[in-house]
Design a protein around this ligand. Structure first.
Ligand SMILES: Cc1cc2nc3c(=O)[nH]c(=O)nc-3n(C[C@H](O)[C@H](O)[C@H](O)COP(=O)(O)OP(=O)(O)OC[C@H]3O[C@@H](n4cnc5c(N)ncnc54)[C@H](O)[C@@H]3O)c2cc1C
Length: 381
């Protein structure tokens, strides 16, 4: 029998490329290897599942056994890939060695861990997969106060979700505003106000220095001398593409695993997509880019020469306190923002010096302008 196509990772990236490829090729052997339990679930739901009363088990759409059947695949769960040998088309895992015909890296991104002082610094939680969410729910039992470090998209979504459960939330961020990378100042102030009304307290322009155990829960010391008492601490300061084993294998890596528009890495027959990949310089850890990449990669695994395209891909932020859509300009684009506010809504547009629309943010009832505005932005790829 020929060597299988092997996909490392069973997140949205791994499973979507497997599904798309199976539409084109139902028989070639396929193996998925995952360090986690291999459940198919929607990761974006992790940050609005509490208020929906969802346990980790309830988020599972199909277990690994069901996925193996659906995909006609051999799925190895709780197995970690430790090394890649692109020259020999071989991987080394905690469960033995396997040869591949083609290898897809869909290894996601790990939460960035900041180094804090204090005897409870390593008790800070991050919620980036089902196992994390299970632990988060367990630890949240009977807790009243949660501090979230990082007021970006994920931090704000968890804050809103926790407040919906009656938890007091303290949000700490180095920036002077929430969603600093995604929103201009005025819209950020509107979002801040809406979240304050749900019960969020803000510690902006500040950073956590030290986390220590207290008689009840934790004590956080901030750089301006202020103190926060908390029952749980969650970090949401960003993600770092998983690249270690690929780098050790000599595969080109920048911020993420460097791939071209065909999703090919620098090693022959090795591809990458999702949060671990950097496509033509773009690291976009969101669902829409990953879906586009999965369709292209599936075509290429089936023998085509397809190239991924990235139209403008707005992200719907899951903050029920205020409907919000963000579509920031790319990092290398220079533009200036203008705002139009009306009743319960605000439209922020980012334009270049010659008037081209580069990005936007919408809140309140203006979110229904998402598709119209997205269609006016030139594709990134
Ligand atoms: C809380 C939260 C909310 C989000 N909300 C949104 C949203 O609203 N909209 C949006 O567009 N995006 C959102 N995102 C981002 C989106 O969910 C991700 O971009 C997407 O799920 C990434 O999928 P992935 O397959 O690339 O990575 P992952 O889902 O992280 O999968 C990586 C897989 O690789 C496996 N793996 C890693 N290393 C190894 C190894 N060495 N050996 C074996 N297996 C390995 C892991 O076990 C896992 O199965 C959110 C993310 C989070 C965390």
């Amino acid at each position: 029998m020929s060597d299988p196509v092997i996909i490392i990772g069973s997140g949205l990236g791994g499973y979507t490329v497997a599904r798309e490829w199976r539409k084109r090729d139902s028989q070639t052997p396929l193996m998925l290897i995952s360090a986690d339990g291999g459940e198919s679930y929607s990761k974006p739901m992790l940050s609005n599942a509490l208020d929906k009363g969802k346990t980790a088990a309830a988020l599972v759409m199909a277990d690994a056994g069901k996925m193996a059947e659906t995909l006609n695949a051999d799925i190895r769960t709780r197995v970690r890939v430790e090394a890649i040998d692109p020259g020999q088309h071989r991987i080394v895992t905690t469960a033995g060695e396997y040869r591949y015909s083609k290898l897809v890296l869909a290894m996601g991104a790990n939460p960035i861990r900041l180094m804090f002082k204090g005897n409870a610094a390593n008790e800070v939680l991050s919620v980036n997969n089902l196992d994390d969410y299970r632990l988060f729910r367990e630890q949240l039992q009977d807790k009243q106060r949660v501090t979230i470090i990082g007021a970006g998209l994920i931090g704000c979504e968890f804050a809103n979700d926790l407040c919906g459960q009656g938890v007091q939330v303290q949000l700490v961020d180095l920036a002077e505003q929430p969603l600093g990378r995604l929103l201009p100042q005025k819209m950020a102030a509107t979002v801040q106000q809406a979240l304050s009304q749900t019960g969020v307290s803000w510690y902006l322009g500040r950073s956590v220095k030290e986390i220590n155990s207290a008689q009840h829960g934790y004590q956080l010391d901030l750089d301006d001398g202020s103190r926060i008492a908390s029952d749980l601490v969650v970090s949401a300061v960003g993600l770092q593409p998983v690249t270690d084993i690929a780098v050790q294998a000599g595969i080109d890596c920048n911020r993420g695993l460097v791939v071209n528009r065909q999703l090919r890495t620098s090693a022959s027959d090795v591809y990458a997509l999702g949060d671990c990949a950097e496509v033509e310089g773009l690291v976009l850890p969101f669902v829409m880019p990953l879906m586009n990449a999965a369709r292209t990669l599936a075509a290429n695994l089936a023998g085509d020469e397809s190239e991924v395209s990235y139209p403008a891909m707005p992200v719907v932020v899951k903050t029920p306190a205020i409907p919000l859509v963000v579509c920031p300009p790319s990092a290398n684009q220079q533009g200036s923002w203008t705002e139009t506010a009306q009743d319960d809504s605000m439209v922020s547009l980012c334009r270049s010096a010659d008037g081209e629309l580069l990005g936007f943010a919408l809140c309140g009832s203006a979110v229904d302008q998402k598709a119209k505005l997205a269609s006016q932005i030139k594709p990134w790829l």
